[in-house]
Design a protein around this ligand. Sequence first.
Ligand code: UN1
Length: 508
Amino acid sequence: IITAKQHSPPFPPKRGAMPEPKHFKNYIGGAWVEAAGGERYENRNPADTEDLVSTHPSSDARDVDAAVAAAKEAFEGWRLVPAPERGLLIMKAVEILKARKEEISQMMTREMGKVIAETRGDTQEAIDCGAYAAGEGRRLFGRHTPVEMRNKFGMAIRQPVGVCGMITPWNFPLAIPSWKMFPALVCGNTCVIKPATLTPASVANFMEVFEEAGFPPGVVNMVTGGGSTVGRAIVEHPDVNRVSFTGSVEIGNLLAGQCGALGKPFSAELGGKNAQIVMDDANLPLALDGVLWGAFGTTGQRCTATSRLILHEKIHDAFVEMLVERAKKLKVGNGLDETVDMGPAVSEDQLKTDLYYIEVGLKEDKAELVLGGKRLTGGAYDNGFFIEPTIFTGVKPGMRLEQEEIFGPVLSVIKVGSFEEAIRVQNDTAFGLSSSIYTENVNLAFKAIQDIEAGITYINGPTIGAEVHLPFGGVKGTGNGHREAAWTVLDFYTEWKSVYVEFSGKLQ
Ligand code: UN1
């Protein structure tokens, strides 16, 4: 076992140099307002809990009622704004996001922990998503078809659905809200969003962007607070016509049941147990870069993170050796330090989950720990939730380490003897979000595309890095059949209306 002793963090910026905390309110009907109950909560930096990033209202159902009422009223005007014009307004928001990119990304690193290069990527993903949605304002294609009779016309058009509720996670504090809001808005809907309790500042910044862009009051609304109060009230509100959720399987399936009982369409983006396969003919240095980024980027806290590495037995030992060499050099620390590779876990709870699974790996699964495995302590580490990049080998299909989503920097290596076995192992999980295979063999690459059960497959690339203009989502336990991003998300935020126009002047 190699411990990561080399981690001795310089932690710039020095304490005291941190910006003043920002005190945000809810954004309802175009105004910044306190929660009806007057309660507030603190948002602290997981890399340094003495750094208070912001404070936010702890809201309840009364605040959701106000936000939904504002959104419902605004819908009557917004749905009639021509879609190209809605697109232009979204483009204005994109320009403001571009101008504020660095400042928004810095605050995101402070509230969520991931390194600044990644929060810049997160903000960029919101920019890209907005630009794509803005263009959709000039498409939103419907269909025209021939009809059975003369002098009659038939077509199907998309219509907005009304007030959409969004419940978003902490791992992509801005990108995921943007995936949900921009497409909903260009379709003519209005939004009520509840950001993750751990990362509300990024969505509050997003609201400022909408405000500055000149979105009419009530078109976008944000209510901060807990899932069991605010989230629940959004789901149950009779005037919320759609709910889009990204988060845990447990909560997602609960909300799916509630929405089902209420007859409310629900889009779920849930867990993953994504694998990278490396075949014996692969470009190994390339596969190595891929798995380092896929497993330890975002401290493993992506739905798309690589948590399983399936290695062909012929390259297994050599690859593990290279992997451990590289992974032990990853610098763990405060994500604002540009030289840091991996930030902290987002919270003490997430850190505990990571450590719990490391125990499971050691005691229950009896896998072999070849790197890391411990909380990082000492000096500035004591003020945050830091953990070593962790690698287990000797992991067998069916072990808990291999089956359950951890959402941390814990990689399980599984040895296989053939391509067929690799695909079997890859598919043998409850989830199916992302997947990857490294091979130089075009036949195997296409067989993998055909046989892997996942919403996303990368050939010679890591499991992370989806672009906003291709459908995003997964099969099996990962979702419920919907796709975010791209053209596919429009089906969630619109209803089809079939239109027949008679111009024969008679009953045909
Ligand atoms: C997520 O982890 O929930 O493909 C989203 C990626 C990112 C999005 C991840 N573009 O890794």
